[in-house]
Unconditional design. Structure first.
Lengths: 535, 309
């Protein structure tokens, strides 16, 4: 029975597993190629690492400096976010096969057959192990394809893959605790992002050993599975033992989760469902109230993320400038990559603003995708069978997303502005640089809304693809050596760059106009089609 | 005055599938109209068109004389619905959902008439409004939709299998509610395949098959289209005597009883001949809705369009 359940799940996920493997391979391969081509000589790599060691804000998002070989640079630039990707993959995989199935009743169907109570879980855990191995192989191949030494490559892949495995365990445990799959995904993704930043803080505050350009991160890094992945120091120290930490976390979570599962009812969670209100508060009445209520949780999380990012950028700006000034040499080249010219500090302000904008645009992408989710779950039909018109329903959800993203950027701008000193950009520059991201952010709302109106089934896929490509082209494009025209495709390249000389305001206003037109068009187009509930 | 619902030659195509294929349906003011059909006959598709959620491919359709697609939101102020598949927002409580839906229909959730009706329905349906929707069973989800539809008066009620998931006790509560609506002069379109429910509640019936209404009328009218069944004790009557009964079809002899059917409009004609034979233990049964139904569906063919839900 276990074998049959496993085959069934493998069959269901085979395309996803393949695509994930391919994505991980390409990601790794691209970073490796960039390392090989952009910083081909030891001297170039040394100057690059030197700049990074004095730039905590970059270390926050990257990793631990561990030397100047090609492999060392690869580990520094690629490990943390590739590991995060694998973690996301396993979080969604485990939730999909555990709590999500339990919620829709599939688990009950299987539980009423001859399958043992825990057989489906063993099948899911095996599937998670298989996904881990696929990730391991894909990432390792990505390194090998760039001619990196085999031992380090395998360890790099294992580090990222085991970080994912540990989160398969964490998610499996969370799935026992919460009765709703959305809550499980929410907690697991939040924990994954937290562990990314926990190691980030450890790296940003690490002790730098200038003689060999290595660093010892703060102890806090050891609290993060991504920190463990980095601790393997592939190609440098080639330590295998940190992998045991991820395995241990996976094992402990799994054992506890299986014990809970063996004792609880199918469909129940350890955390009981809280009681709701017997009647609706005035704030819920109406389509805007509904949209706000449904989006509340994720909206708050995203707004906090945007503010935190802006805060970090604003407060780090000063020290970055000081340290860059003393770093000399490679600094100019670095800024060329990350900021787009101008005085160093202003380039940094620009990066900070664009980065805040990218995070805020996720609010809009998700808000527009929510329309499709509501349509699938038939919430749309329920509302549209009342006196609420299609335009009202649609605009309510879009409005909540738009206001949410604007609020996040205004608050983020205020916080960054207040924390910066005149030497590090000043209030005015920071505030307006971040607030002027709004037109770019609203473009995402318009584009995804039109996709929803015309090709509803493609909403989520196209929505996140547009978001991902914009970030890829906008933030990492220059770093990854993509042609210049690709970065022109992202809206963030067309906002007035307040921090840089001669900001062009036309682009900003044009994008506001385009966004309004796109939203209006999406409402008109949605009125032409049937609602299509059910995936 | 125009009928509340009027559809003529209504068609709906999903690609190659013809979910509705020239459907005619008329529902008059004050009727409780049973809308019968097997799974996939097009009941839910019709309702989605009547609610403006889907657009007819061809034909004419009006609700209160207006176009349900173009004038959807204006019409919905006058309509209460229960969808065939009640889906709720998982993190809203039942009570919140009811209030929200009534408010969106244009009801005032602070009005005493509403709060009274809501409290009475919650009591009658023995419903707990404080639970989050995701923890409700199927029956309880159905109750959310029922209470939201019934707590605020409408002119037209469109119910798609409203009692699915309800226990018999709750079904009878629902029956009482339909009685109240009918007394108040409301119009009901009740899609169902529970024949006893329709037989009990509905004044008129339309039977749907393969995207067309194949029969429509009052139950009495429809009964005329079928045969009434007779049976009595044989008591030594000869085959020749039995063969002499005029208009008898499907004659069967079983354990000493004779049974046969007669066209419903011929019933009076055969009574004298039965009297002449001096039959004992005579039983006459009008056709049940089930027989009507089976007559139309007994040979359900493959290729019936799949219902779009």
């Amino acid at each position: 029975m276990y074998g049959r359940l496993l085959r069934f799940r493998l069959r269901r996920d085979r395309v996803q597993l393949l695509v994930w493997g391919l994505v991980l391979f390409l990601m790794t391969y691209t970073v490796g190629t960039e390392v090989r081509t952009s910083w081909g000589t030891a001297a170039e790599r040394a100057s690059m690492v030197k700049v990074m060691t004095v730039t905590p804000a970059i270390l926050l998002f990257r990793g631990t400096p561990q030397g100047t070989s090609e492999g060392d640079l690869m580990a520094l630039l690629g490990m943390s976010f590739i590991a995060l990707l694998v973690m996301f993959q396993l979080v969604f995989l485990v939730t999909r096969h555990t709590r999500a199935e339990e919620q829709t009743g599939q688990t009950e169907t299987i539980a009423s057959t001859v399958a043992g109570r825990l057989a489906p879980s063993y099948a899911v855990l095996t599937l998670a192990l298989i996904a881990t191995v696929i990730a391991w192989v894909a990432i390792t191949l990505g390194c090998l394809a760039n001619g990196l030494p085999a031992g380090g490559s395998a360890l790099f892949g294992a580090g990222a893959a085991f970080a994912g495995l540990s989160f398969a365990g964490v998610t499996f445990l969370l799935a026992q605790l919460f009765p709703a799959s959305r809550t499980v995904n929410g907690w697991a993704v939040t924990l994954a992002v937290v562990s990314y930043f926990v190691r980030g803080i450890g790296d940003a505050g690490s002790t730098i050993h200038t003689e060999n350009l290595t660093a010892t991160p703060l102890w806090i890094t050891w609290l993060s599975p991504i920190g463990w992945a980095q601790a393997t120091r592939p190609w440098a120290l080639n330590r295998v033992w940190p992998l045991a930490l991820g395995t241990l976390l996976f094992a402990v979570c799994t054992v506890v989760a299986l014990a809970i599962q063996d004792r609880r009812d199918v469909g129940a969670g350890v955390m009981a469902e809280r009681k709701g209100r017997p009647a609706a508060p005035g704030s819920l009445l109406g389509t805007v109230g509904l949209a706000l209520r449904l989006e509340r949780g994720s909206l708050i999380a995203w707004i906090i993320a945007v503010i935190a990012t802006a805060m970090l950028m604003g407060s780090l700006a000063g020290s970055v400038v000081d340290q860059l000034a003393s770093a000399g040499g490679g600094a100019a080249a670095m800024i060329e990559h990350f900021g787009g010219g101008g005085p160093i500090v202003m380039a940094f302000v620009n990066i900070g603003a664009v980065f805040s904008g990218m995070l805020a645009s996720a609010i809009c992408v998700q808000g527009a995708i929510r329309l499709r989710q509501e349509e699938i779950a038939q919430g749309a039909d329920a509302v549209l069978s009342t006196a609420a018109s299609r335009a009202k329903w649609m605009l309510s959800f879009l409005l909540v997303a738009a206001v949410g993203s604007i609020v996040s950027l205004v608050l983020g701008g205020l916080v960054a502005g207040v924390l910066s000193t005149s030497a590090s950009g000043g209030f005015h520059t920071w505030f307006w640089a971040i607030v002027w991201q709004i037109p770019a952010v609203l473009m995402f709302l318009g584009v995804v809304a039109v996709v929803f109106a015309v090709l509803p089934r493609a909403t989520a896929g196209v929505g996140w693809a547009v978001f991902g490509l914009s970030i890829l082209f906008g933030m990492f494009g220059p770093l990854l050596g993509m042609p210049a025209w690709t970065s022109k495709l992202t809206p963030f390249m067309h906002v007035p760059a307040i921090a840089l000389p001669h900001p062009q305001f036309t682009g900003g206003w044009v994008m506001v106009g385009i966004s309004v037109v796109l939203v209006a068009a999406s409402v008109l187009l949605f009125r032409l089609r049937d609602t299509k509930p059910g995936a | 005055m125009a009928a509340v619902i009027e559809a003529h030659g209504l068609t709906k195509h999903f690609g190659r599938v013809h979910a509705l294929d020239g459907l005619d349906l008329v529902v008059e003011q004050g009727e409780v109209h049973g809308y019968l059909g097997p799974n996939g006959a097009g009941k839910s598709t019709t309702i989605r068109i009547l609610l403006g959620l889907a657009r007819a491919t061809g034909g004419r359709v009006s609700v209160f004389g207006q176009d349900p697609w173009r004038d959807a939101s204006a019409l919905h102020r006058r309509i209460a619905t229960i969808p065939g598949d009640v889906a709720l927002w998982p993190n809203l409580s039942g009570g919140e959902t009811i209030d929200l839906l009534v408010h969106l229909r244009g009801g005032d959730t602070k009005a005493k008439a509403y709060t009274d009706a809501r409290a009475r329905l919650i009591e009658e349906f023995q419903f707990d409004p404080t639970k989050k929707a995701r923890s409700y069973s199927k029956g309880n989800r159905q109750k959310v939709a029922l209470i939201a539809a019934l707590a605020h008066p409408a002119e037209l009620y469109v119910f798609d299998e409203p009692t699915s998931g309800l226990d018999p006790l709750m079904e009878s509560v629902f029956t009482r509610q339909i009685g109240r609506i009918a007394e108040a002069g409301g119009t009901v379109l009740l899609s169902s395949h529970i024949l006893s429910e329709v037989e009990k509640l509905c004044t008129r019936i339309s039977i749907l098959r393969g995207g067309k209404v194949v029969e429509s009328g009052t139950l009495t009218e429809l009964r005329h289209l079928t045969r009434t069944s007779f049976s009595f004790e044989r008591d030594g009557l000869t085959d020749a005597q039995l063969a002499g009964i005029p208009g008898a079809h499907d004659l069967v002899l079983d354990e000493g009883r004779v049974s046969f059917t007669v066209d419903s409009d011929q019933v009076a004609g055969i009574l004298p001949s039965l009297g002449a034979l001096g039959v004992a233990g005579l039983q006459v049964a009008p056709p049940s809705l089930e027989e009507l139904f089976l007559r139309h569906y007994g040979d359900v063919v493959d290729g019936t369009p799949v219902e779009a839900s």
